[in-house]
Unconditional design. Structure first.
Length: 261
């Protein structure tokens, strides 16, 4: 006699499960997640950050002031005037270069070179030499570099000067040229006296400066030297006048050399 199963209900469940597997139970459809609702665009007012998180608008940087303490604030406009046809007609730089009669290998320093009106011409006059174009305002030298790229001139060295010194090599300069810049110098007597150590033996210092008093061109009278002041200061600085050239209507043009004491 066979023993009966102790749990008839469990046996029935097993039989039902085996039957479903054997016959293949119908697959259940996977549950589908409904698509997300479209996001409505935010109105401009909703895009604003809370006041505490807002960044202040970037401050507009004012243009850098002219490092030439005696030059106008508008450096770009000043450069344009320095290079204008009217000023070139007044300066007649070719006459200045001709009178100075530089050797092809001469080393020249153009103090207050600006955009290079004289420096570029010195470079052409001294193809085997070198020109130090010295200025305290970087944007003047940037304009000079543009000219150097355009012309292919490669014997000009732009030098960013300090107020106290032009940063030149001692004992190497054959000519120091100060064109329309002498009245810009601070403590002129001490500054020009110190220039002597940069001159080579036989070196010269040329000063090309607007004449005193009211003129139809150049700076106003109160920005210029008084009558006789240039000569007095050059002598006080230790120089003697070598030559004076009456070539320009509105400029004094003098060449000085260190005085032999």
């Amino acid at each position: 006699m066979r023993a009966r199963p102790r749990h008839p209900r469990a046996a029935s469940a097993l039989l039902a499960l085996f039957g479903a597997i054997a016959c293949g139970a119908p697959e259940r459809e996977p549950e589908r997640t409904p698509p997300p609702a479209p996001i409505a665009p935010l109105a401009p007012a909703e895009l604003e950050l809370p006041e505490a998180l807002r960044l202040a608008p970037a401050a507009v940087e004012p243009s850098e002031p002219n490092r030439d303490l005696h030059g106008p604030a508008d450096v770009d406009g000043y450069i344009a005037r320095l290079e204008s046809a009217d000023r070139l007609a007044d300066l007649r730089p070719e006459i200045v270069i001709e009178i100075l009669a530089l050797e092809p290998h001469a080393i020249v320093a153009d103090l207050g070179s600006g955009p290079g009106v004289f420096a570029l011409r010195f470079a052409r006059a001294c193809p085997d030499g070198l020109v130090y174009a010295v200025d305290v305002e970087p944007r003047q030298l940037d304009r000079l570099r543009e000219h150097l790229r355009e012309t292919g001139i490669d014997n000009v060295v732009p030098v960013l000067a300090s107020y106290e010194t032009p940063h030149l090599p001692p004992g190497r300069i054959d000519l120091i040229f100060i064109g329309d810049t002498f009245h810009h110098l601070e403590d002129r007597v001490a500054y020009v006296r110190a220039l002597g150590r940069f001159l080579a033996p036989g070196g010269r210092l040329a000063v090309f400066e607007y004449k005193p008093g009211p003129l139809p061109v150049g700076p106003p009278p109160d920005h210029k030297l008084a009558s006789g002041q240039l000569v007095t200061e050059m002598r006080e600085a230790g120089y003697e006048l070598q030559a004076e050239h009456a070539t320009h209507e509105y400029h004094d043009f003098q060449v000085w050399v260190p005085r032999a004491d």
